[in-house]
Every structure is written in structure tokens, then in C-alpha cells.
Design a protein around this ligand. Structure first.
Ligand SMILES: Cc1cc2nc3c(=O)[nH]c(=O)nc-3n(C[C@H](O)[C@H](O)[C@H](O)COP(=O)(O)OP(=O)(O)OC[C@H]3O[C@@H](n4cnc5c(N)ncnc54)[C@H](O)[C@@H]3O)c2cc1C
Length: 408
């Protein structure tokens, strides 16, 4: 098996590495490197500007919409190098990773011209309005309605768990536009401005004082008639595209983040002597082998994408990816807390510092200053839920990949 990348890819890697070296602050990535809250704020702002100037934001988008038109191999190398350096590729997960690529695939030319450059420049931020109180895993049961009134859609209903809704300028939401059609058929995918009188956002405060997600109420909210993506009543197919991006984005590079985190956990075990406990060693070795599996499966997925292979094993890899990494991460963070013992309960974080939640999401604990690893422990509990619960991924593998009968 030849695991080396083609020479052009390695050339491109050098280019990115040099850019990162030149643009990241001195000492970045070295042990003990820290920024206080103010420095982090300044860095984040400056970093977005640098990324934009370097053309690295959404760099695989076509040049006509502001991207660099990178091919798959280049995009993978770009992701790998940023992951290796521990540098964020960008802040707005929902715009860059979910709705932007969905508009590229399904949007009209007008929608592409209107929204893509603004996403790329960070001028508009987004939230995802899919889940409702009675429609999570069974998303097609959603009840939020949209009715045409002249040139506008009028939206009524409620969404829940809407991350970042408080700050977002737009929501990409699913609404029922034909109540008489079978439930998967009468749904449309709408792009709706958030700052309007018909929308009320109620933050859901969590135990740590942060309120990352929200309830969102629509009471005769409006958006232009042309803000339907992929055609009226075709929203289910469009939503599946978005969910594909949500579940599959980290397939080839996700293992790097986990490897770095696992190294920190192993260091902690060495420091407090737990690394010589045979049961801890066994669990660490198990975790290490899972990260290796992710790496190898990432290479398999990449090979399949480059060769445009469409077979059952490729589909299975895609469907198992989200389930595999999220369950790995939940388990390894439990291991970390076990390794730390009582020390794991001491709050050693900085109240002013934002911490990364993975997938580009960041939060700040207002009343409960957790360390980055403690934050990772808490957030790992949600990773087997958002973007489609692990049980649902198993159903997808069972029914669509293995061809087993549908669950009752
Ligand atoms: C941190 C976080 C952020 C989120 N952000 C957003 C967001 O920005 N926008 C958005 O729209 N949504 C968001 N969500 C919601 C998320 O998509 C839903 O929580 C998820 O789809 C599960 O739906 P539910 O919570 O209604 O659980 P349910 O669907 O009620 O599931 C409850 C339990 O039953 C299991 N279950 C359900 N059906 C089956 C079945 N058929 N077979 C086997 N087991 C089953 C599930 O796996 C789960 O364990 C977020 C969730 C979290 C945790």
C-alpha cells in the first residue's frame, strides 16, 4: 500500500506550511503558550482577516464565488496542515461548512451571488433551524409551516436547540409548505433573516452558565419568495445534503485533533503516575488504536473520493464516521476524568478565555471556568446526539448499507 501523496500535493503542503509559519504568532503551538481573553479576541479578529487575505476561507469553492477552486487533494492537504498547526480555518461553522456548500450544490445563481461572497467575507452568520420539540431524530415530523403571501413566505412554528441563534443574521430552516403531501415530500428549505419582529429567540442556559443553544419562535416571520433552496417541497433532499456535510466533514482529517488531545491525556497520565496502571494503559492503547482506525478509514475515504468509487464500503465508511468518532471521543474523555481522579473536579480554566468545542464551535463558561479538557469532556456528551444521534447512524448503516429490514 502506498500511503504517500502525489508530488504536487506535497508542493502545496510546503506553501501552506510556509504561510502558517509566517502568519501565526511566535511561540504558537509550543508547550505553555497562552493568550489572555483580550489577546485571544484580538487574535481571532486578526486571524480571520489574514485567512481572508490568504484566500484560505472556503478555499475549495469555485473562484467565481470567491474561493480558490482547490481540488479534493489540495483541500485535504490544506485541512491537514491547519489541523497539524492547531490553527482555526474559520469561525462560522454553519456558514462555511453547512449552508454555504449546500447553496453551492442546490442554490440558484442569484442565491449563490447573493449569499456566498457574504459567507466568505464573514459578513453574515448563520444558524440551523431543523430540530423542533417533536422532531429531532424523526426530523420529517416537523410542524413549522410556511405559506406564500404575495412575494413572501410567512413562517409560523417553533425550533429548538438552535445553536448560535442569538447571534445569527440568517437561519436556514425546514418548514412544511404542503401539509397534504406525504411527510418527506411537503418540506422546503428556506433562508430567513433572523433580525425581524416575527422571530423571538430564547436562550437555553446550561449548567455552566453559557447559553450556546436556543428556542426560536416564529410568529408570522417573513422571507422573500425566492429564498427557497433547491425548489419548493424539495427541502428533504436539500436537508440531507446539509446533514451529509455535518456528519462527514472531518472524515479525512478528524483523527489529527483526536491524536493531539490523546497525547495531552497520555501526558497527564504520565505526570500523575496513572500511566503505570495496567488497566489505564490498556484503555489508552485502545483509544490510540481507535485514532489509528480513524486515520486509516480517512485514507480509505479519500482514496474512494479521488477514484470516484461508489460502492457499499464507501457508503458504510461515511455512515459510520460520525458514530465512530463521537463514541470514541465520549469514551476517551471519560478515561481522562478517571485518570485525573479527584483533581479532575478542580476548575482550572480561565473565566475570560473562550474554549473550542470542536467543529469550529467556541463557547465561554461564565460561571464555571472549565479547562479545555474539562470542556471537551462536557461537550463530548453532546457529540453522539447533534447532527444525528449515534443510534440513528446505526439505523442508516443497518437499513441503507447492509439492507436489513426497517426498524418497527
Ligand atoms: C449540542 C447540540 C447542538 C445542537 N444544535 C442544533 C442546531 O443548531 N440546529 C438544530 O436544528 N438542531 C440542533 N441540535 C439538535 C439535534 O439535532 C437533536 O438533538 C438530535 O437530532 C436528536 O433529536 P432529539 O434531541 O429530539 O432526540 P430524540 O429524537 O427524541 O431521541 C431521543 C433518544 O432516542 C433515540 N432514538 C430516536 N429515534 C430512534 C430510532 N428510530 N431508533 C433508535 N433510537 C432512536 C435517539 O438516538 C436518542 O438516544 C443540537 C443538539 C445538541 C446536543
Amino acid at each position: 500500500m502506498d500511503l504517500s501523496y502525489p508530488p504536487e500535493a506535497e508542493e502545496f503542503r510546503k506553501e501552506i506550511r510556509a504561510w502558517l509559519e509566517e502568519n501565526l504568532p511566535e511561540g504558537w503551538g509550543t508547550p505553555g503558550y497562552r493568550m489572555d481573553g483580550e489577546e485571544r479576541k484580538r487574535f481571532n479578529k486578526e486571524w480571520s482577516r489574514k485567512l481572508y487575505a490568504g484566500g484560505w476561507i472556503c478555499a475549495s469553492w469555485p473562484e467565481e464565488y470567491g474561493g480558490k477552486g482547490l481540488d479534493t487533494m489540495q483541500a485535504v492537504v490544506l485541512n491537514e496542515e491547519f489541523a497539524r498547526a492547531g490553527a482555526a480555518m474559520r469561525a462560522d461553522f454553519f456558514g462555511d461548512t453547512l449552508v454555504g456548500p449546500t447553496i453551492l450544490q442546490w442554490g440558484s445563481e442569484e442565491q449563490k451571488q447573493e449569499f456566498l461572497p457574504k459567507i466568505l467575507r464573514g459578513q453574515i452568520s448563520w444558524c440551523q433551524g431543523f430540530s423542533e420539540p417533536d422532531a429531532g431524530s424523526d426530523l420529517a415530523s416537523l410542524k413549522t409551516r410556511a405559506e406564500l403571501d404575495g412575494d413572501e413566505w410567512v413562517i409560523n412554528g417553533q425550533k429548538v436547540w438552535t445553536t448560535q441563534a442569538k447571534h445569527a443574521d440568517y437561519v436556514f430552516l425546514l418548514a412544511r409548505t404542503d401539509p397534504d403531501a406525504p411527510k418527506h415530500k411537503g418540506i422546503s428549505y428556506l433562508l430567513v433573516p433572523m433580525k425581524q419582529p416575527g422571530i423571538e429567540v430564547r436562550p437555553i442556559e446550561q449548567i455552566d452558565g453559557s447559553a450556546e443553544f436556543n428556542e426560536v419562535f416564529f410568529d408570522n416571520a417573513r422571507c422573500p419568495k425566492e429564498n427557497v433552496v433547491g425548489g419548493v417541497n424539495n427541502g428533504w433532499s436539500v436537508a440531507m445534503t446539509t446533514l451529509g456535510f455535518e456528519r462527514g466533514t472531518s472524515a479525512t482529517t478528524g483523527h489529527r485533533r483526536f491524536q493531539r488531545e490523546l497525547d495531552t491525556i497520555i501526558d497527564a497520565a504520565r505526570k500523575n503516575g496513572k500511566a503505570s496502571d495496567p488497566l489505564v494503559r490498556q484503555r489508552l492503547a485502545h483509544a490510540w488504536s481507535k485514532v489509528k482506525i480513524m486515520e486509516v478509514n480517512g485514507l480509505r475515504t479519500l482514496t474512494a473520493v479521488l477514484n470516484k468509487t461508489k460502492d457499499r464500503s464507501t457508503a458504510a465508511l461515511g455512515a459510520t464516521n460520525k458514530m465512530f468518532w463521537s463514541e470514541y471521543h465520549r469514551d476517551v474523555m471519560e478515561l481522562y476524568i478517571d485518570i485525573m481522579g479527584m483533581d479532575g473536579q478542580l476548575l482550572t480554566g480561565d473565566i475570560n478565555e473562550e474554549y473550542a468545542l470542536g467543529m469550529g464551535r467556541r463557547a465561554r463558561a461564565r460561571h464555571y471556568p472549565v479547562s479545555p479538557l474539562q470542556a471537551s469532556f462536557f461537550f463530548s456528551r453532546s457529540e453522539t446526539i447533534w447532527g444525528g444521534a449515534a443510534e440513528i447512524q446505526r439505523n442508516i448503516v443497518g437499513e441503507r448499507v447492509l439492507g436489513l429490514p426497517k426498524g418497527p
